[in-house]
Structures are given as C-alpha cells and as structure tokens.
Design a protein. Sequence first.
Length: 259
Amino acid sequence: MSLIVTEFADGIGTLSMNDRDRRNALSRALTAEMAAALRMFHDRQARAVIIRAPGGARVWSAGYDITELEDVTRDALGSSDGIRALVRSIEDFPAPVIAMIEGGVYGAACELAMVCDLIVAAPDVTFTITPAKLGLVFNVSGLLALLKRMPLGIVKEMAFTAGTISADRAERLGIVNHLVPADEIAAFTAELGRRIAAFAPLSIAAMKEEMRMLSDSVAVTPRMVERMQSLRRSVFTSGDFDEGLTAFREKRAPTFRGT
C-alpha cells in the first residue's frame, strides 16, 4: 500500500502523506515515495505543488521516524537520509511548493514545512521541535532551514524547551503565509496554486532559484564543519542518546545525565 496519495490537475500536483497509523512519520519509505512523486510532478511540468495530510488530521507529521535511528552515527552530519533527499527535492523543484498544514508538526517535519515556499495553516496547527526530549540533535541542514524562515530567538526557544508555537504566533512572526479556517483551507490552498499556475513558469522558476541561492549564501569554513561534526558525534555516542531511545521504546520519561 502506498504511503502517499497524489493528484494532478490544471498543472497543480497534490501530494498527500497517508501513513495514518504512524502519524506520517518521515520514514525512509515515506520520504522516498514523496521524492518520487515530486520527480513525477516535475516530469509533468507542474506549475505548483501542494503537500498536505489527509483532511482533518490531528497530526500533519510526527517528524523523524525514531525507529530508524539505529545507524545514525554512521554520518555525523546526516547528509544521506531520506529527509535530506526530500528537502533537496523541494528546494530544487522549479515551481513553488505549498505546505497545507492541519494539526501538529513535530521535529523534522518542521524542517519539511519550512523549506516549502509557502505555508498555509489551519488555526489548530502547532510547531514543536523535539530533539532535546530524546537526547538527539537537530540536523545542521535542518537548523539552517529553520533559521532562514524563523527568528533566531524563536528557534532557540523551541529547541531548548521542546516548546510549541501556535499557528497564530507563527503567522504574526511571518513564518506562516496564511492562516485559514479548517473548513476553507483546502479550497483556499487550491486557489493559491491556481493563481501561481496562471503566471509565467520560467519567471517563477528563475526567481525561486535566485532566492534559494541568495538565502544559501552563508560562509562555512572547513573548521566550522569539523566542529559541527564533533558536536554531533558527541551527542550520538553519548549515554543520553541511548537513554532517550530506550525511554522512547519503553514509553517512559527519560532521565538525562549529561554524559
């Protein structure tokens, strides 16, 4: 059974995450199917893409699939997992990608939402960054994606407290483009897609790529990369990392010792 549902009409591709039993956790299988769907939409010359969950879902995505973390230490910067490939597919897609969000957005799903070009959210939407609850560390690329869309102080608050920000607060901060009632959000987002599709696709593609390159223009030295690798390795080889995963499996609160 496919983990996604796709539709294509009037030049607009719609990709619905559909792994309800696992709250659309971003597993390797789900992210691979999503990336394949984007390639299909590219081949069909889609002028806009909408990424969503099933209507009325309480969770848009639960974030990284924690059960797939057993081999995370093989790559200290996490550059080869399924989420990385999916994020690059969204960033490189030549047409605007719209996140239509209902319900909670957790962990790595925050990155997935933030790399979309536009965000349309229902009033019940919440964004939560959860690695500190599990003894993990957010991927460097993911942090950059958050920092490009969110104020630094907000990212720090969410990362350090595993706290939640509401859709209303996110709209006030400019993180969310439109806040729309749940019973209107599908029609609103579809109309937004049609409006984009009516304009010159080469012009939009050029501006999207220019903005991507300009927003990526951050100087990173080899020394910084080495330091980040060291920091991430210290987390993923720690006792707290083991404790976080064990507590998750045992469905209990973890006890972190800082070692």
